[in-house]
Design a binder for this molecule. Structure first.
Ligand code: DAH
Length: 349
């Protein structure tokens, strides 16, 4: 086989290739296990030592040339593909949105609005805290010491920067640090909810690394477990729009509450869809309990006078339940078609 001819053929064919698949095929046909150049190298074994040296060097340089032609062309094809994508998918951001009436509210935003409105009607104010928290607010003030297994339960995202105590900042793993911030900055009685973003290193159909919770905190001289239950049952009735809601409270454990409980709501599946409030299956929707006196003490609240209850609920989960959505990830991939289908219009308010 003429080495120069092979180089000429290869250059021509590589020049004509116009997709990544074309290039892949050429790579196989020249450099693959049974490719032309590989075959040439194999044929060296029948030549004399002298010939092996000179012709071997020529074939090696042919292989290098074809390899670099292929790599160069592949790079160009990839670049062209990106450029044409950018050209075709460009959005003119100087244009106003088509019509404000067409805009949809994201299901999570709708849940935020509803949660704030329902708890608002019960006298709860909205409190806020930062997404990037210190170890103190996210863990230790909440009675979760360094070696506590609860730290492992919540796969934490750490940030390289260190806080004043020389501990790494964290992306808050729950909204509970807002309890601490509020208790340290306000005098009781305190009645707040704290809806917001939370982060854990976890991802599948029911877990997203960024998700949403609402925290609730009520501190007074006589806050009690029965008020806590009543508050949560009333919230669920209004949120799920079900008057006869079957719920149960199971004993549980959280370092920041004592006693602690988890609340489940009953459901059943009929004709492939989920019906909330009735049935023999249970879904866990929140954790709650009486604020641990140690936490009150950490926040300089006199626990011989004051007591309180707290709760923390996953907002993505209750949104999925209410609207029959099955994959949490669909909330966050910013697909306009999905939002148009699952979002809410002004008429829904
Ligand atoms: N912070 C808990 C979590 O993310 C939820 C929680 C449970 C919050 C009990 C509370 C509570 O305020 O009392 O898993």
């Amino acid at each position: 086989m003429d080495i120069n001819q092979v180089l000429k053929d290869a250059s021509k064919e590589i020049g004509l290739a116009n997709s990544q698949a074309d290039i892949q095929n050429l790579k196989v046909s020249y450099l693959g296990k049974k490719g032309k150049i590989t075959e040439l190298l194999k044929s060296l074994k029948d030549l004399s030592l002298e010939e092996k040296k000179t012709i071997g060097a020529q074939i090696n340089s042919l292989r290098d040339s074809v390899d670099s032609l292929i790599k160069g062309k592949l790079l160009k094809i990839k670049k062209d593909e990106i450029n044409s994508k950018l050209l075709n998918e460009s959005i003119d951001i100087s244009f106003p949105p088509p019509s404000s009436i067409d805009a949809k509210v994201h299901p999570i935003s709708k849940t935020f609005d509803e949660v704030i409105s329902i708890f608002g009607s019960m006298g709860y104010a909205v409190a806020e805290g930062p997404d990037i928290e210190t170890d103190f607010y996210n863990f230790s003030a909440l009675n979760i010491p360094e070696d506590h297994p609860a730290r492992e339960m919540q796969d934490t995202f750490y940030i390289e920067d260190k806080d004043e105590e020389n501990k790494p900042f964290v992306l808050r793993t729950h909204t509970s640090p807002v309890q601490i911030r509020t208790m340290l900055s306000q005098e009781p009685p305190i009645k707040i909810i704290a809806p917001g973003r939370t982060y854990r290193c976890d991802s599948d159909a029911t877990h997203s690394p960024m998700f949403h919770q609402v925290e609730g905190l009520f501190i007074s001289e006589n806050a009690n477990m029965s008020d806590l239950k009543g508050t949560l049952i009333e919230f669920c009735k209004q949120f799920f729009e079900v008057q006869d809601l079957k719920v149960r409270f199971r004993p549980s454990y959280f370092p920041f509450t004592e006693p602690s409980a988890e609340m489940d709501i009953a459901y059943h599946v009929k004709n492939n869809s989920l019906h909330i409030g009735e049935g023999d299956k249970w879904l866990e929707i929140l954790g709650c309990g009486m604020v641990n006196p140690v936490v009150l003490e950490n926040c300089k609240i006199d626990n011989s006078i004051y007591q309180g209850f707290a709760f923390g609920m996953g907002l993505d989960r209750i949104t999925m339940l209410k609207h029959g959505l099955t994959d949490i990830r669909s909330f966050f991939n910013a697909n306009l078609n999905w939002i148009n289908q699952n979002g809410f219009g002004l008429g829904d308010y």
